[in-house]
Design a protein around this ligand. Structure first.
Ligand SMILES: [Zn+2]
Length: 312
């Protein structure tokens, strides 16, 4: 009996391995859509090396207890989990970036928010960047998204079919801001946009949400009487194609450095004036180009990030 059971399990394992192998082969056939390992570094211990070069090369999570370590823009992530690339109510975009990793609190929250979507008129989430497998600074884009508590959600509702890998690489998100940047574009902005951002903001675990100032203005106008959530939604440059969700530090992650809580006011009306000044909307390029910020080194990150990096 035992022998027979082993036989069945053995067969299942072989079948699974075969299927996994098939998946890999298929992915390779399609060229560059899956994460390509970067060449190894000549001097990985060089203290002058940018931390993004090290974290950007880690394809899998650190098999440690889940912990957000450091600050949203200066930290790393242990024990990350991946948001599955397909759910009934979500699809992960830009798969080649391998940035669908997050703290389990964030991943569970995204699944809940996705499921809530259809009940408020948003059919499902197209999920942009979350974090790298071990968090940390990234080789391209984003100053934050380092501790697994930030996620970008496209302002495009999920289509009612599974997108191909190519579509997830090449499709563009929807810019909901009008050409003059002073308001949303009424041709694409819908009550469902308000509803899905509101659904995210009303979650107690959500610390704040970043959107373009024109979107904040529209939310202030469209919120009606139910306005208690508006103070969490803060204006930010860009964020006209996606909104950015930031979770609070988990209570049991003492190394996670929280952000100052947002002010209590709604942040509507004259609070937004600064964002719509011409000099802010259409800034002139500086006379002398500003020096790029130096990249974070390992020494700039919390010491525990070294363990995250070297974990097998
Ligand atoms: Zn973001």
């Amino acid at each position: 009996m035992q022998q027979q059971r082993m036989g069945i399990w053995g067969a299942l394992v072989v079948l699974q391995l075969a299927l996994a192998g098939f998946g890999e082969a298929r992915a390779q056939d399609k060229g560059t859509l899956d994460p390509q390992p970067l060449p190894p570094l000549a001097k990985p211990d060089d203290p002058a090396l940018a931390a993004k070069q090290l974290f950007g090369r880690k394809a899998g999570p650190a098999p440690l207890q889940a912990r957000a370590i450091g600050f949203y823009a200066k930290g790393c992530l242990a024990g990350a989990t991946a948001l599955p690339i397909n759910g009934k109510t979500w699809q992960v975009m830009r798969l080649s970036r391998n940035r669908n990793w997050g703290h389990p609190n964030l991943i569970r929250f995204l699944e809940r928010l996705a499921d809530k979507g259809p009940t408020v008129g948003w059919p499902g989430l197209l999920v942009g960047d979350i974090s790298q497998a071990r968090g940390g600074p990234m080789l391209t884009g984003h100053a934050s998204h380092q501790v697994g508590l930030d996620a970008d959600i496209w302002l495009t509702p999920m289509p009612d079919r599974e997108l191909t890998r190519e579509e997830r690489e090449e499709m563009s998100a929807t810019n909901v801001v009008a050409g003059d940047k002073k308001d949303v574009d009424p041709a694409v902005w819908t009550p469902a946009h308000v509803a899905i951002i509101r659904a995210a903001a009303t979650e107690p675990e959500v610390e704040r949400i970043f959107v373009n100032a024109a979107i904040k203005k529209a939310l202030c106008r469209d919120a009606g009487r139910d306005r208690a959530w508006l103070h969490k939604v803060r204006p930010m440059w860009g964020h006209n194609y996606h909104f950015h969700i930031r979770m609070r530090c988990p209570a049991d992650n003492p190394d996670c450095k929280p952000q100052e809580p947002p002010t209590n006011g709604e942040g509507c009306g004259h609070d937004l004036d600064w964002w719509f000044r011409d000099a802010v909307l259409n800034p002139k390029p500086p006379a002398t180009p500003s020096k790029p910020k130096p990249s974070l080194k390992m020494a700039d990150l919390p010491p525990a990030c070294r363990q995250v990096l070297v974990a097998p």
